[in-house]
Design a protein around this ligand. Structure first.
Ligand code: GN1
Ligand code: MG
Length: 362
C-alpha cells in the first residue's frame, strides 16, 4: 500500500500512518480505509480513488459534495443535534487546501472521516426498520431543499434520463461488440416492450409536470449507513451523483432495494419478490419527512418510481453486459446479466402487485 500511504500523506491528517486496507463493495470507485496513530488514539480515514471514466470532472464532483455536506452539517448544528460527524460525511481537504489529491498517474483521490461503528445492509432484515430508511431519504432531500446558490454540477449528464439509457442500449445491441445479443433475446424483448412506460418519469420531468430538485441519485439501501449500536440509519453516503433530478429517483431506488426480498444480484429468481409491506413502511417513513414539500404530481408518481428505477438499472446492467462489462465492477463472468435478470424479475413482481401498491399511496 505504498501508493496509498503517499496519497494519504498529502491530506490534512495529523499523526502517523499505520496501514490501509481495501474497503466496501461499490461498483464504481476504489475504496480504502487507513489507520493512524493520532497522539496515541487510533483513528481511521476513508480514501477513494474516483473513477474518472465514470466521472469525467472529479473536481466538480468534489465541489458538489463539499457544498452538500457542509450545508447538512450546518443545519444539524443549528438544530442542536449531537454526533454530527456521524450524521453526514465530512470531507478532509488536502494539505494544499484542495478537495482532492492527484497521484503520479493522474488519478484523483479524496478523503473523508471514517464513520465508526456502522454497517450497511444489502437486504432488508429484521435488524432494520424500513420505515426509518424511508425517513432518512426524505430527510436528506428536505435538508437539501434549502441549499441556496448556483445549480449543482451535473456529474454524469443524462444519468437517469431513460431516453439516453435507451439510446445507449440500442447502440450496444446494434454494435454487439462481444457477440452477446444472441444470449439475451428475452431481456432485449423485455426492454422493447417496456420502453414507453420506462420513460414516464423523464417525460414528466422534461415537460415540467414534476419539478427539478436536488437529489441523491443513488439512494439504494446499501448507501445508507446504519449505526451498529441500534440507533438506526445515520446518513446517506456515496454522494458522487448528488445533482439536479427528480426526487422520485431516490424514493424509487430505495423501493428497488429495500422492498425487494433479495439483493440485486441474487441468481435464484424465485427469491426475488416485491414486498408490499416493506413498500408501505418505506412510503410511510418517507412521507413523514417529504409530504411537506412534495407536489401532488410527485405524490401521484410515487408508486411508479420504484419500477422506473428498477427498469433503469435493468437497462444499464444489460447494456454493460452487451458492451463486454466495461462500466460496473463484476465479481464473476455473467454478473451483469444476472443483475439484469434479477431486476426484470423484480419489475414483474411489482407489476403483479401494482394495484395494491397504488392504493397504499392514496
Ligand atoms: C453504482 O458504486 P455504487 O455501487 O454505489 C451506480 C448506481 C447503481 C448501482 C447499482 C455512478 O453505485 O447508479 O444504482 O451501482 N453508480 C454509478 O447497485 O453509476
Ligand atoms: Mg455505494
Amino acid at each position: 500500500m505504498k501508493t496509498l500511504k503517499d496519497v494519504a500523506d498529502q491530506f490534512a491528517i495529523y499523526g502517523e500512518f499505520e496501514g490501509a486496507e481495501p474497503f466496501g463493495r461499490g461498483h464504481i470507485n476504489a475504496t480504502f480505509v487507513s489507520r493512524w496513530n493520532q497522539a496515541g488514539a487510533p483513528v481511521r480515514y476513508l480514501h477513494q480513488k474516483i473513477n474518472d471514466r465514470v466521472f469525467p470532472q472529479p473536481g466538480e464532483v468534489m465541489e458538489n459534495i463539499d457544498r452538500v455536506t457542509r450545508h447538512i452539517a450546518a443545519l444539524l448544528q443549528k438544530e442542536g443535534e449531537g454526533d454530527i460527524s456521524r450524521k453526514t460525511m465530512t470531507v478532509v481537504p488536502a494539505k494544499d487546501g484542495k478537495l482532492f489529491v492527484r497521484d503520479k498517474e493522474g488519478g484523483w483521490w479524496r478523503t473523508y472521516l471514517f464513520i465508526e461503528g456502522t454497517r450497511v445492509l444489502d437486504e432488508a432484515s429484521s435488524v432494520c426498520d424500513v420505515r426509518l430508511l424511508g425517513r432518512t431519504v426524505g430527510r436528506f432531500q428536505k435538508q437539501l431543499s434549502g441549499l441556496g446558490g448556483k445549480r449543482l454540477h451535473e456529474t454524469i449528464p443524462g444519468f437517469h434520463d431513460m431516453e439516453n439509457r435507451y439510446r445507449l442500449f440500442y447502440e450496444a445491441v446494434s454494435r454487439d461488440p462481444v457477440n452477446r445479443v444472441k444470449d439475451t433475446a428475452d431481456e432485449i424483448a423485455f426492454m422493447r416492450e417496456n420502453e414507453e412506460q420506462g420513460k414516464v418519469l423523464v417525460h414528466a420531468l422534461r415537460t415540467g409536470r414534476i419539478p427539478e430538485r436536488i437529489c441523491h441519485n443513488d439512494a439504494k439501501m446499501n448507501n445508507i449507513l446504519m449505526d451498529d449500536g441500534g440507533k438506526g440509519p445515520l446518513c446517506v453516503v456515496d454522494l458522487d451523483t448528488v445533482m439536479p433530478g427528480s426526487i422520485l429517483f431516490d424514493f424509487g431506488d430505495l423501493v428497488r432495494t429495500a422492498a425487494s426480498t433479495a439483493r440485486e444480484d441474487e441468481t435464484d429468481l424465485s427469491k426475488v419478490k416485491f414486498s408490499l409491506s416493506s413498500y408501505e413502511a418505506l412510503l410511510e417513513g418517507y412521507l413523514s419527512e417529504a409530504s411537506s414539500f412534495l407536489t401532488a404530481e410527485e405524490k401521484g408518481l410515487l408508486a411508479e418510481a420504484g419500477r422506473n428505477i428498477t427498469h433503469i438499472m435493468a437497462v444499464r446492467f444489460l447494456t454493460d453486459y452487451l458492451e463486454g462489462d466495461v462500466y460496473y465492477r463484476i465479481l464473476r463472468p455473467g454478473h451483469n446479466i444476472e443483475r439484469c435478470r434479477n431486476q426484470i424479475a423484480l419489475i414483474k413482481s411489482m407489476d403483479g402487485q401494482r394495484d395494491k401498491a397504488v392504493k397504499k399511496n392514496r
